[in-house]
Design a protein. Sequence first.
Length: 315
Amino acid sequence: MSTEGGTRAVIAAMAANGFIALTKFAAWALTGASSMLAEGVHSIADTGNQVLLLFGGRQARREATEEHPFGYGRERYISAFLVSIILFSLGGLFALYEAFHKYEEVASGEPNELLEGSWWWVPLVVLVAAMIAEGFSFRTATREAAPAKGSKSWLRFIRTAKSPELPVILLEDSAALLGLAFALMGVGMTLLTHNGLWDVVGTGLIGVLLILVAVTLAIETKSLLVGEAATPEAVARIRAALESTDGVKRVIHLKTLHLGPDEVLVAAKIAVEPTALAARVAEVINTAEAAVRAADPQVTLLYLEPDIDAAPLAN
């Protein structure tokens, strides 16, 4: 479900950003507004990011091989990490460069195309239309994320989600709406005050915003790439399933690792009866495996090591 929802959100965002990028570049060509150029590059970066997310999802579905026995589930994490790099380098740094370049033009007294041209209204129309389109994309992302989010706050969901697509799209769409607001402020105030510095401010704010989002994405996806355990709720379900299995005295230790958003590796040492025969141990292990997979379907690989409980159970 999370994969399908993430894919729908990615496709919706990609379609919106591709169309919006063309209109922003057209508005920049007609008016020379740096905010429109920064927003155009922002939309191009977002479109490329969504292509990367789709590619990563496709690569992650490949079957496991001898060289990669645990499969390719982390391809989705790699794509999300690349997204943060592209958003930082192509979007944020370019916007800051454009803000500095525009500031030099304003400081030197060069004519302002936005104020002197007859197409001053185009950026306003494009930005309002873009906000409507991004709003629809954001609504799709929030609707697809709602089942996985549950009762968590949106911030908590982004921090703890194991599937990278929905958090990435949510952050991108949020940044896009806020960036459009900055661009609208920059262009609108430039037209009202006839002061080109407002366009510089709007462009600079877009750059800072993109860098902050990119850093947040990089931190979260880096943690997933290094390797995160299953959620505390999932670990509790797995432990309960093991301990409720007939023949299992207790779980000595338990480790989990996300191989991908929907794949969890479980390794556990379980205490069995000290007088159990091999056939009985095998039966206990098989029953425990079935119980764990019923409790958490995301468990794709499960390794149980039987042992004799040397420590007395607490009363």
